[in-house]
Design a binder for this molecule. Structure first.
Ligand code: UDP
Length: 317
């Protein structure tokens, strides 16, 4: 298929682009390279630089794209609380521009990169797709609004859409890994300490109602996550919008992650308890039953493999 990948210079978008190319698809990446990296765009994909608002319509006009995979977004929870307008404008506003460009050009399918942040503080665990969506920050709220728009474009314009709600993505796919300028995620932060970049890991809170007192998250390998996008692409059916959680179905605590990082790196990795990070729920674990049952997807790589691959990636740079 001829595919447009928005945000293909970012972490997940670049890995998915690589997997799509390996599967024999033609890939054009549309990215403004504001937070991504030009050299993350896999060889074989053509990069068009620009925002969705300014360029989506021109890029798609008469180009014969068969689907869009939409990753381009702002994705820092803390920044979204400080600058909500930026998140509504970039995430929702630019996605609306993209959807309308698809409508005009007659592009029939979209796979959308969504997030567990749409659920907010869960009432029960593991989280099901039918659970209430009550985002606690503008990042999650803007992503949820895109789902609403997607459902309408499916119902009224016949587009086929699949939203994948990611839990905690980690690991690397060869030379493609996490390269955020502002790194907030646990695993890359712990591995930085392992590399000697910083004194000690800060574990945000050890008085949560969990077995060891630290927060539990559902970590998923970026390669497993990427594979789900190829299945979702095949599952896009005209006039329907489907939603799937994407996690491993099991949780690991912050302390467990730090311990596995110590085992994998063979380094001591000093860690200290720091105050809770505002807005962190104690436990976020996805039910992945729906995607397993309906798309036949299963996670294949465990936490150790994620950390191993992230560590290899970090040391190669
Ligand atoms: N965390 C931590 N220290 C860090 C970064 C994260 O203790 O330097 C904790 C964070 O409070 C959360 C978990 O690790 O409980 C995962 O955080 P991350 O930012 O990786 O993902 P999130 O679950 O917020 O999307």
């Amino acid at each position: 298929m001829k595919l447009l990948v928005t945000g293909g210079a970012g972490y997940v978008g670049s890995v998915v682009s690589a997997l799509l190319l390996e599967a024999g698809h033609e890939v054009v990446v549309l990215d403004d390279v504001s937070t991504g990296h030009e050299d993350s765009v896999p060889e074989g994909a053509r990069l068009v630089r620009g925002t969705l608002r300014d360029t989506a319509q021109d890029v798609m006009a008469g180009a014969g794209f068969e689907a869009v995979l939409h990753f381009a977004a702002k994705s820092l929870v803390g920044e979204s609380v400080e600058k909500p307008g930026l998140y509504w404008d970039k995430n929702l506003g630019e996605s609306l521009a993209l959807l309308d460009a698809m409508r005009v050009a007659g592009v029939p399918r979209i796979v959308f990169s969504s997030t567990a942040a749409v659920y907010g503080e869960p009432e029960s665990t593991p989280i099901l797709e039918t659970d209430p969506t009550r985002p606690t920050n503008p990042y999650g709220a803007s992503k949820l609004a895109i789902d609403t728009a997607l459902a309408e474009y499916a119902r009224l314009h016949g587009i086929g859409g699949v939203s994948l709600r990611y839990f905690n993505v980690a690991g690397a796919y060869g030379r493609l890994g996490e390269r955020h300028t502002v790194e907030t995620h646990l695993i890359p932060n712990v591995l930085k300490i392992a590399q000697g970049d910083g004194e000690a890991v800060k574990m945000f809170g050890d008085d949560y109602p969990t077995p060891d007192g630290t927060c539990i998250r559902d970590y998923i390998h970026v390669t497993d996550l990427g594979r789900a996008h190829l299945l979702a692409l095949d599952a896009c059916a005209p006039g329907t919008h489907r939603i799937f959680n994407l996690g491993s179905g099991t949780g690991n605590s912050v302390k467990e992650v730090v311990d596995v990082c110590r085992e994998v790196t063979g380094r001591e990795i000093p860690a200290e308890v720091a105050p809770r990070r505002p807005g962190d729920p104690a436990v976020l674990v996805a039910s992945s039953d729906k995607i397993q049952a309906e798309l036949g997807w299963k996670p294949e790589r465990d936490l150790r493999t994620m950390i191993d691959d992230a560590w290899t990636f970090l040391r190669s740079r």
